[in-house]
Design a protein around this ligand. Structure first.
Ligand code: ATP
Ligand code: MG
Ligand code: ZN
Length: 684
């Protein structure tokens, strides 16, 4: 008769909880049905009182219904370009933005679109995609229409352009009818250079008829990966945007995304009918971001150390998997003097919007959030992105970490990951609903993420190669390059551990979680060891050469390598795999990375802005001045000037408007608006 399996439903998970104060995991992940964007949009049937010329009451449009490609007769005024004839793209860049030169492929992209061609642009987060449609919109006659997914961010986008002297506007449900009518009239009068619309708004017939009557310079489709039904940013209304090509043939279209995978790229081309578009694929490297992944011991204490030692006073984003963990982490930070705000799907929409606005507007706030937060956030001075839980895919991880350092200044991407993450995620996949194919795909994504965590090679190299890019062996700005990890012949420890699992199973018919396995190997005398008579196992106490944390590292790495498996019993107990047999039989070697007793500190504390000591006081004074101005005008600080620009001013110490005008990021309009005040701050 088979022995009954011994299980302790209430306990196993507690044995691998990372720390005593760590609460049990909350599985209320932010998955659909919550959609962070839709709930800020009007319901699809909301009437859109659209100007006097929207004559007859129109039939209500169903979401997803194909829209008409028939164009109504144009009646707008003759178009004119926003800039003087003959002004070159680079002259516009220098005059309006105050930037010296284009970056990477920007110039080529702008030339393509300005000349009337279509473009598909793949550039990393913060790579400078916006200029690729903004400059051509100024160079060409008529208005550049920008389809952008987040109406909550449109006001800031428009404010930023207006601060540069560009005539920008948006049409969305946050506006009063009068305001919309004013914008519509300005559009028809040729007085708008850039018009922002949500994809849902594009799909409304009245909007299309309005655009028919206006002079359009180009269509830009930002965050174009939202067409991908497999991605987590999917927006059904993006699928309709392919019809732009038919309704407005001859008007150039440019689609932009920071999503790097080839599959997404192909989907964009197909859905948006961009077969003829020239493709511009930039390197996805973000050299200013330092990638670091460390073992999770006491995650909140580790996070606090990171912030206090390396990023005091800096803005940052902390990603957690569950809502509860978001709340608790934010509270923990606040308790320790770090100003932090929570953001997750369970919060009231008003609270979410308020927290997001504060994060964008105030200096030095930390946003603790689920992955529901972040798309389209263009705050340039996010100095760190921390993950307290393992992301589900390298794609997601890269997009989230990419929100750090959009201004090009040194920034940190930091991830704490532990045994519990692997167990948790394997179990989630196991229990998820879906076809075997879907589960396999989830597993493959998790494996790639684990491989990144456990690598002894350069992290950046591994990331870039994952996205199909060549990369040097060492980047010099990731943890494995800065503090090369020791590798360890793990064959013997692996055998000891696997043999414990094997014996428990074959001799006792038992399965246990990592905590008990490690206790057995270390020969601990706990109640649980005694009551189970685990001190009589032949592997009891044979593992004292490694410390507890090191053993946990061994378990984690064996799990990551598929040499150990999480059982499907739902309790996180561990079992052998096909591959474990080879290790037990001595036919297979195991290489592990040695677990640091204490995670290595960063090479050195980097000043957030990398300024020489003597320029720091001026930089701080400029920041203070900027906060005041931003508050007064109710705009995010970076709309006044970015950190990179303030840094430039602090080191140039200009004494005249002409000198100030040569600093990168000081264009004609800003020189005009703020020049005198800045010179006063510099003069002290
Ligand atoms: N040629 C340039 N010279 C100096 N700064 C630039 C240049 N091009 C872009 N930037 C700056 O780089 C930052 C990021 O640009 P942008 O917002 O266009 O990024 P993005 O590619 O759209 O990123 P995301 O994927 O996050 O939307 C901005 O602060 C922008 O002003
Ligand atoms: Mg962008
Ligand atoms: Zn490296």
């Amino acid at each position: 008769m088979p022995q009954p399996r011994e299980q302790r439903p209430s306990e196993p998970s507690s044995s691998w909880a990372p720390a005593a104060e760590e609460p049990p995991y909350d599985p209320s992940f932010d998955e659909p049905p919550f959609d962070p964007y839709y709930d800020q949009l009007p319901p699809p049937d909301e009437a859109y009182p659209s100007a006097p010329y929207d004559e007859a009451p129109r039939p209500q449009r169903q979401r997803g219904e194909a829209w008409s490609t028939e164009r109504s007769a144009p009646t707008g005024r003759p178009p004119r370009a926003a800039v003087a004839a003959g002004e070159s793209a680079v002259a516009v860049l220098q005059r309006v933005w105050g930037y010296e030169a284009f970056r990477g492929e920007q110039q080529a992209i702008i030339e393509q679109v300005a000349a009337g061609g279509d473009a598909l642009v793949l550039m990393p987060t913060g790579g400078g995609k916006s200029l690729c449609y903004q400059v051509p919109a100024l160079l060409r006659e008529g208005t550049g229409v920008v389809v952008s997914p987040l109406i909550a961010l449109m006001q800031d986008q428009v404010d930023a352009l207006e601060a540069l002297g560009v005539r920008a506007a948006f049409l969305n449900s946050t506006q009063a009818p009068d305001e919309r009518r004013r914008v519509e009239q300005a559009l028809l009068d040729g007085e708008i250079d850039l018009l922002y619309l949500a994809p849902e708004r594009m799909g409304v017939p009245a909007t299309q008829q309005l655009l028919d009557r206006a002079a359009i310079a180009l269509f830009a489709i930002d965050e174009a990966h939202c067409v991908s039904q497999w991605g987590h940013d999917f927006r059904p209304d993006y699928l309709q945007l392919g019809a732009i090509a038919q309704r407005w043939p001859g008007i150039p279209r440019i689609a932009l995304t920071a999503t790097a995978t080839a599959a997404t790229r192909d989907e964009i081309v197909e859905r948006l009918h961009l077969e003829q578009a020239e493709r511009f694929v930039s390197s996805f490297d973000r050299p200013n971001i330092q990638y670091r992944i460390e073992a999770k011991a006491e995650p909140r204490a580790q996070l606090l150390r990171l912030i206090q030692q390396e990023h005091p006073g800096d803005a940052g984003i902390v990603y957690c998997l569950s809502r509860k963990s978001v709340e608790q982490t934010a509270e923990h930070l606040v308790k320790h003097g770090v100003p932090a705000l929570p953001y997750h799907a369970g919060l009231d929409a008003g609270v979410r919007a308020r927290n997001q606005a504060r994060f964008l507007r105030e200096d030095g706030l930390v946003m603790v959030a689920t992955i529901a937060f972040g798309m389209g956030i263009d705050k340039p001075d996010v100095r760190f992105v921390a993950h307290l839980d393992l992301p589900k895919s390298v794609e997601g991880y890269y997009q989230e970490t990419g929100r750090a350092g959009r201004d090009g200044l040194p920034s940190t991407a930091w991830l704490a990951y532990g045994l519990q993450d692997v167990v948790q995620q394997r179990r989630m996949i196991d229990q998820s609903e879906g076809t075997p194919q879907y589960k396999r795909s989830l597993s493959a994504h998790l494996d790639a993420m684990l491989a990144l965590c456990e690598t002894v090679q350069c992290r950046r190299g591994q990331l870039l190669r994952y996205f199909g890019e060549d990369a040097p062996q060492r980047c010099g700005n990731c943890d494995t390059c800065l503090n090369p990890p020791e590798s360890l012949d793990g064959t013997v420890p692996a055998q000891k551990l696997l043999s414990t699992v094997y014996r428990l199973q074959s001799e006792r018919g038992q399965r246990f979680g990592a905590g008990q396995l490690v206790d057995i190997l270390l020969g601990k005398e706990t109640e649980r060891i005694r009551s189970n008579r685990h001190d009589q196992l032949s592997t009891y106490g044979i593992g004292t050469e490694l410390a507890e944390a090191e053993w946990r590292g061994v378990v984690r790495q064996l799990l990551a390598q598929g040499l150990l498996a999480v059982s499907s019993d739902g309790y996180g107990t561990l079992g052998l795999t096909e591959a474990s047999r080879g290790v037990l039989a001595g036919e297979r070697e195991v290489h592990l990375r040695r677990e640091a007793a204490r995670p290595a500190k960063a090479a050195k504390r980097k000043a957030a802005v990398d300024l020489p000591e003597e320029d720091l006081p001026l930089f701080e004074r400029l920041r203070e001045w900027r906060s005041g101005v931003a508050r007064e005008q109710g705009v995010p600080a970076y709309i006044v000037f970015g950190d990179a620009t303030l840094r430039g001013i602090a080191s140039a110490r200009p004494s005249s408007l002409d000198e100030l005008g040569t600093v990168s990021g000081v264009g004609a309009k800003k020189l005009d608006t703020y020049g005198a005040a800045v010179l006063e701050v510099v003069a002290g």
